[in-house]
Each structure stands twice: as structure tokens, then as C-alpha cells.
Design a protein around this ligand. Structure first.
Ligand code: PXP
Length: 244
């Protein structure tokens, strides 16, 4: 088995903003949550600026960029509007995600193979601006091939199917993610993973040696209701390290 690289934790703070927006004020502040997440062991902060601004808003990106001492990973749809915002702020990384207005969350990976021509100028422009591009894809050889041809340095595998399956179907999906991580790494692409990860399902994903980063949000923010944000992040960090 390949030697495991260090495993980073990116904490997605979108749902702190969801709660804030429920009352239209400033509390709870996603930037304060981001700083607390870093204190608790997050290696980076992830935020998804959606087209409908249902959680993170434009001004949050500016405030996060000013306040953070760790990398910001901006999740964005492959649109000209989002490209303009990313080029203005130049976050450490941009993860290109598929986005449908009516979906509750990012359902399924980006079709990098099918949307190759539309993605090419966006990936190139971000790369030229020094933004590390990641493509949020299914753990699938055709999608990895498209990422290679697009010159993306990072792919993030969508773990939503893994998280929702049980038994042998989950084991098969885990193998698919492990094989995809090995294939990406063999081709010089850094594999990340995320979506739907919890204390109960994170360990097998964290144990895949090539995976360098997990991005986790909804569960950590939900769990914070019971154990506090620092507590939920510290416990996730502990479980990730134990699995490694
Ligand atoms: N990674 C990406 C690219 C995502 O879009 C999301 C959530 O939208 C996550 C990770 C985190 O997923 P979750 O909130 O289910 O932990």
C-alpha cells in the first residue's frame, strides 16, 4: 500500500450562514465560526457561494479572505459571475461544483467529461491567477481523465453516495473511491473527498492513503448544537487521525 500523505481537514461553514440568514441579522457569524474551527484543528476553511446566496454571501468571502490565516477553498459553479468573483478575491483554492437552483445540496459530481469545453477556459483562468483548481467529481475514470486533460491539480470525490448506502453497496462505493484516488494520484492529481461525512462514516474514507483533504460541513455544524463547534471539530480531527 502507498504511504499515506498527511490528511487535512477543511471545515465548510456554509450552514453557520444558513442559521444567520434565517433571521437576517449578523449572528451567528460565519467568520467567527471559521476562526474557531481553525483553533479546533481545521487546516482550511471551505465556503460555497451559491448563485442564490442562500448561505454564504459576497461580503462573507471578502471578510473571510481578510480574517483567515489558513487557506480558503471557495466552492463555485462554473459561471462567468463566479469566475469574476474568484479572480477578484484569489482564494487559495476554488472547487468547481455542479449547481442546480432547486437542489437542497450539491447532488452528484460535476460532469467534467461532458462539460469539458465549457470548463476549459474557467480552469485555465483560475490556474493563471494562481488559484488551485479542484473539480468536484464522481469517483469515475472518465471524470479523472477529463480532469487530467483540463490540467486540474486537484479533484474532490463526491462521497454522498457512499454516505447514503449501506452494507455491500457501501463497500463497493468505498472501493470505487479508493481506486479513483489511486488513479488520480498516479496521474499527479491530488485527491480530496467530501459530502455527507460524519463520525460514523469518516474512518474508511480517511484511511484511503492518497486522499489528502476532507471537506466536511453539515454534520459538524449540526453536531455543534450538542457538543459545541470546537468539540465537534476536535472529535472529527481525532477520528481522521486515528483512521490514518
Ligand atoms: N465538498 C463539496 C465540494 C461540497 O459541495 C460540500 C457541501 O456542499 C461538501 C464538501 C461538504 O458536504 P457536507 O456539508 O455534507 O459535509
Amino acid at each position: 500500500m502507498a504511504a499515506a500523505s498527511p490528511l487535512r481537514l477543511g471545515v465548510n461553514i456554509d450552514h453557520v450562514a444558513t442559521i444567520r440568514n434565517a433571521r437576517g441579522g449578523a449572528h451567528p457569524d460565519p467568520v467567527e465560526a471559521a476562526l474557531l474551527a481553525v483553533k479546533a484543528g481545521a487546516d482550511g476553511i471551505t465556503a460555497h457561494l451559491r448563485e442564490d446566496r442562500r448561505h454564504i454571501r459576497d461580503e462573507d468571502i471578502a471578510t473571510l479572505m481578510a480574517a483567515l490565516t489558513v487557506p480558503l477553498n471557495l466552492e463555485m459553479a462554473a459561471t462567468q459571475e463566479m469566475l469574476g468573483i474568484a479572480l477578484k478575491h484569489r482564494p487559495h483554492a476554488a472547487c468547481i461544483v455542479p449547481e442546480k437552483r432547486e437542489e437542497r445540496t450539491t447532488e452528484g459530481g460535476l460532469d467534467a467529461a461532458g462539460q469539458f469545453d465549457a470548463l476549459r477556459p474557467i480552469v485555465a483562468a483560475l490556474g493563471e491567477a494562481g488559484v488551485r483548481v479542484s473539480l468536484f467529481i464522481e469517483p469515475d475514470a472518465a471524470q479523472i481523465d477529463a480532469a487530467i486533460r483540463l490540467g486540474a491539480p486537484v479533484v474532490e470525490f463526491h462521497t454522498g453516495a457512499y454516505a447514503h448506502l449501506d452494507g455491500s453497496a457501501r463497500a463497493a462505493e468505498l472501493r470505487r473511491i479508493a481506486d479513483a484516488a489511486a488513479l488520480a494520484a498516479k496521474n499527479g492529481i491530488e485527491p480530496h473527498a467530501g459530502h455527507g461525512l460524519t463520525f460514523d462514516n469518516v474512518a474508511p474514507i480517511a484511511a484511503i492513503p492518497q486522499i489528502a483533504e476532507l471537506n466536511i460541513g453539515h454534520f459538524l455544524i449540526g453536531e455543534a448544537i450538542f457538543g459545541g463547534l470546537e468539540g465537534s471539530i476536535r472529535e472529527m480531527r481525532r477520528q481522521m487521525d486515528l483512521a490514518r
